[in-house]
Write a protein that binds this ligand. Sequence first.
Ligand SMILES: Cc1ncc(COP(=O)(O)O)c(C=O)c1O
Length: 468
Amino acid sequence: MQPSNLKETFALLESAKSESLKYLDNADRLPVYPTNDALSLLALFDEDLPDNQNNPSDTLCKLAELGSQTIVNTGGSRYFGFVNGGILPIGLASRWLADAWDQNAALEVMSPLSAKLEQVCEQWLVELLQLPDTTKMGLVGGTSVATLCGLAAARNHQYNKLNWNVNEKGLIGAPRLRFIMGGQTHGTVSKMIRLLGFGSQSMKIVPSDDQGRLNVACLPPLDETCVLVLQAGNVCSGSFDDFTALCAAANKAGAWCHIDGAFGLWAAASPLLRHLTSGIELADSWAVDGHKTLNTPYDCGIILCKHPSAITEALHQQGSYIEFGKSRDNMIYTPDMSRRARGIDLWACMHHLGKNGIALLIERLHEGARYLAERLQECGLPIANVIHFNQVIVHAGNEALTQQVLKHIQANGVIWCGSAIWKGMFIIRLSVCSWQTNKTDLDVAIEALASALHLTEETDHTNQTTHP
Ligand SMILES: Cc1ncc(COP(=O)(O)O)c(C=O)c1O
């Protein structure tokens, strides 16, 4: 870099670093969710694209000024919404470095480092999750796209068995495939099935049990036209399907079995929780996120596939200018070609934590969820699920009251959590998924929910006495 460019770049990076450190220093004092006043600042981004170049420090300044007031504070320890996870310091630091290196992870020739680290992560994940030795890994944006990759591999593999070359002939006139899944399957799965060219008529929804697990007794007969989609970690209850029985049925019938384990597949890395994932090794593909339970930076979706030829036939790409490497080209396992080197920060998080650190992190999240559930129940907030993993669903007795409690919580900024409909009931959903959340944070969450319930009940009572 020219000295003048270097000076400007250093100044910019110093400003970015100082703003980042300011945020991290303040994270536990900031509201978990921006106030409405703060959110109104977002309108200041509504401007025409500038005609002329701005000074980069002015651009960064504007971003820092408006962004720091309007971000959702997932970098703190009291965000319980969705299953968003936090970011490990080593993840953030290695991401900074990787961003400065700006590697394109597509081909080995573009970034031998990315190729090497993805190969190492693949091997570590296969060992950690105890998957078959032939398993290959691709890194994508999230579990949604990881599932797309798994199902694309399934499509090629099953059609090969049916003597139909789908890469050549496409889907018109093809034998029908059937996608079998539980009633509580995550919405991304049907989205990806549709994206692969199969309509909802190709999906067979099997009833679930009271925890959202696919009911084994209701599994229809399977054959080679079937792709069975299972779940490790229901997004509300955190429950796990019975992989041993279901994968065995799929294997026997020659069906493909894909497991959506966005956050729950990590249970396999804990000796204490591994029983939840018994039988996953019998599946054909698995989707999991680094950015959820493992707390890597966004975006780190992971597809793992037992059949290398199935995934590469589905995702392989040619081009006269493409120079394939000798060891590993990451892009043959993903739909994208150019992309950031996610393997760098995934490797750094795994290398830093090691097997025991990963197990401890997972077990702490589970313990946190159990503690939260026990104490909330004592505070008069019934728990609607068994605490299988890290998800807690709770209500206030009736829908109107539960909605009011959630409204208080979402407005006061002490913690943040969301809602869902569970077995026809409006519920509040809490996910313990940040490495930073400790007992004090859980106590703050319990206190916030208990006070919101108290306030809501008082208002309810006052309204009933004033308007009999
Ligand atoms: C079970 C499950 N599957 C899929 C997804 C989608 O994952 P992503 O947002 O990384 O695409 C989620 C998100 O929470 C999930 O919980």
